[in-house]
Structures are given as structure tokens and as C-alpha cells.
Design a protein around this ligand. Structure first.
Ligand SMILES: Cc1ncc(C[n+]2csc(CCOP(=O)(O)OP(=O)(O)O)c2C)c(N)n1
Ligand SMILES: [Mg+2]
Length: 336
């Protein structure tokens, strides 16, 4: 049947399907881009030119990808030591990120911060910090500023399951609840804090969402490797938070593939098993998404991959060609 011969109901189903397909493709693009950037970092790390530790989030891309579709440019975001994906998803400049990792003066922190100190004020990505839990009160403060200035911005705070064990998490959350701040606390629960599994850090059966609900926050959790589910979860929280209903806590279960810090696999050192790793690999977010796409759309994937690859190579070239900062600039303001 021709499109023009269809009734309105069928037409709207088709346009809804097209819209969803477009959204799924854009998830593919952002996940593939984030993963490829980090894989390129991993590939080149042993050259010794990146003079900082790097915490890669390969396997965890679905959360950042979904976030990129719900946050506006004006919204704030802060993150932790594992922040590349959040920075990129917020629209942070890729060249400046790679140059920062190479310690160059064209880097987003003028080459003084490295991988764990990413910032791009042009898109309100307000910074990352190496100290676990450190960016949580900063994000709450940003939410406070949005409320005082009535700007309708949301402040997104990204952290890992380990940060929930820091006192500052409860203090910040309590303050955001009492003041009804537009803050979304985003926990990527990858089961580990360095080499310590949840089982040695928290009592069996603790559920972070239930725990924060008990102190008065709204909370949702879902499979953090299903990008569409993550998107819907974010969307609900964003819609409600934007209306001024106070903070949300979101917990996404996911898994990091590589070692805690560095470019290698580390399943051989004994803190987690190959079996566990293989089980999570089956839930890998990018392939799961590809399976959901209409096979006709697959032809677009290669185009996306080629564009992304070119962009990444140019960013590494830019970083390599850039100069190191001068020693005399070491104590000069970085962001002023
Ligand atoms: C206050 C503080 N304590 C300890 C550390 C050492 N440390 C660095 S990363 C990390 C693990 C954090 O785990 P999680 O928050 O779950 O994030 P993930 O690395 O799993 O993404 C720890 C303990 C630190 N940087 N800061
Ligand atoms: Mg963790």
C-alpha cells in the first residue's frame, strides 16, 4: 500500500517508528563514538605519550549515550575519575579532551589536569574530579544556582557505586532533597570499587534506590546496558525534575570491561572471574542495540563509523602536534 493511501493512524505509526529508528541510530552513533575514542586511547597508551592515568568506561556507554539525548546544552554536568564518556556526551570538545590527556596546552585544562580533570564550560560540563565523591556537592551547588536564578537547568552528577559509601553523598543528597533542587544523581553501578566487589563493601541485599527513597529522594533503577531503557528512565526523571519537583537518584547497573585504571583487561588477577565477565559481555550495549534496528537501517552504520573514525584520528593528530604548556604558566589560572 502506498503511504498516501494509508489512514492517519497507520501514517502516525510509521512516523513514530521512523522517529524511534532515528533515535536508536543516534544512540548507536554516540555509543560507537565514545567506545572508539576510548579504544584509541587504549591502543596508543603504551606509546607513553599520555602522561596521566586513564579510567576507561568501555562497556558502560549506554548511560552516557542516553544522557546525551535528554540533557540540554544549558544543563550542568559534573563527573568523576571515569568521566570521558560524560564529557563527550555533554558535547565536550573531543580535540581538547585528547590534548588534555597528552598534557598539551590546547587541552581543556591547559594540559595541567589530565584525563581526570575534564571541563568544557562552553557546554556547561563543569568538571571532573579524581577524589571519589568530590564532584557530588559541586553538582548540588550548581543545582542550587539554577534554582536561585530560576533558569530551569538541571544539574547531572555522575558517580560510581563506590561514591555512595562516602559521607558527602548523604550530606549532599539531604541538602538537595530539603531544598528541592533540580539535581539528578546518576550512579553507574559497575559492581566494583577498584578491586573490591560490593559484597565486601556493603551488607548483602542493600538496594541503593530503596536506601535513598528512605531519606526522601525519588529513585529509579534499570539495566544500564539497555540504552533505550536507560533513555526512558532518564526522560521520566528529567521531565519531573524540570517541573521543580526536587532531585532524583538513578542507578544503572553496568560493567566495566577493562582494568580499573589503564588500557588492559585484568580478569587474570583474581578479583573477578572470567565467567562473570563473559556473562556481562552478552549484555554488551552496542550489539544489543544493533539487534533492535531495522535491518534496512544497517547500511547507515558503516557511514557513521567512517565519520567517527576520521574525527578521532584528527583529534589525536591535533593533540600530538600541540605544544606542551610553558613551565612559567604552571601556577597561572586555568579556567579564568
Ligand atoms: C576519597 C577517595 N578515596 C579513595 C580513592 C581511590 N579510588 C580511586 S577510584 C576508586 C573507585 C571508585 O569506585 P566507583 O565509585 O564505583 O567508580 P568506578 O571506578 O567503579 O567507576 C577509588 C577507591 C579516591 N580517589 N578518593
Ligand atoms: Mg564502581
Amino acid at each position: 500500500m502506498l503511504y498516501s493511501q494509508m489512514d492517519e493512524k497507520n501514517k502516525s505509526i510509521i512516523s513514530m517508528d521512523k522517529k524511534k529508528e532515528k533515535l536508536l541510530l543516534s544512540f548507536y552513533e554516540s555509543m560507537y563514538r565514545i567506545r572508539s575514542v576510548e579504544q584509541e586511547i587504549a591502543k596508543r597508551y603504551s606509546e607513553g605519550k599520555m602522561r596521566c592515568p586513564t579510567h576507561l568506561s568501555v562497556g558502560q556507554e549506554a548511560v552516557s549515550s542516553a544522557f546525551s539525548k535528554v540533557a540540554s546544552k544549558k544543563d550542568f554536568a559534573v563527573s568523576s575519575h571515569r568521566g570521558h564518556a560524560h564529557y563527550l556526551a555533554k558535547g565536550g570538545n573531543l580535540k581538547s579532551m585528547i590534548a588534555e590527556i597528552y598534557g598539551k596546552k590546547t587541552g581543556c585544562s591547559k594540559g595541567k589536569g589530565g584525563s581526570m580533570h575534564l571541563i568544557d564550560l562552553s557546554v556547561n560540563f563543569m568538571g571532573t574530579s579524581a577524589i571519589v565523591g568530590n564532584s557530588i556537592p559541586v553538582g548540588v551547588g550548581l543545582g542550587m544556582s539554577a534554582k536561585i536564578n530560576k533558569t530551569k537547568q538541571i544539574s547531572f552528577i555522575f558517580f560510581g557505586d563506590g561514591a555512595i559509601e562516602e559521607g558527602v553523598f548523604y550530606e549532599s543528597m539531604n541538602f538537595a532533597i530539603v531544598k528541592k533542587l533540580p539535581v539528578i544523581f546518576v550512579c553507574e553501578n559497575n559492581l566494583y570499587s577498584v578491586y573490591s566487589p560490593l559484597s565486601v563493601r556493603q551488607p548483602a541485599g542493600r538496594n541503593a534506590s530503596k536506601m535513598v527513597k528512605a531519606i526522601g529522594s525519588k529513585a529509579l533503577n534499570c539495566d544500564g546496558n539497555d540504552v533505550f531503557k536507560v533513555y526512558k528512565t532518564f526522560k521520566k526523571a528529567v521531565d519531573e525534575t524540570r517541573k521543580g519537583n526536587g532531585p532524583y537518584f538513578l542507578e544503572f547497573s553496568t560493567y566495566r570491561w577493562l582494568e580499573h585504571c589503564g588500557p588492559k583487561f585484568d580478569n587474570d588477577i583474581g578479583y573477578r572471574t572470567e565467567k562473570e565477565f563473559e556473562q556481562w559481555k552478552k549484555k554488551e550495549p552496542i550489539n544489543r542495540l544493533v539487534k533492535k534496528l531495522n535491518p534496512k537501517t544497517h547500511k547507515n552504520l558503516e557511514k557513521i563509523r567512517n565519520v567517527v573514525k576520521k574525527e578521532i584520528l584528527l583529534s589525536f593528530k591535533f593533540a600530538e602536534k600541540s605544544s606542551f604548556p610553558k613551565q612559567s604558566e604552571a601556577y597561572k589560572g586555568t579556567y579564568a
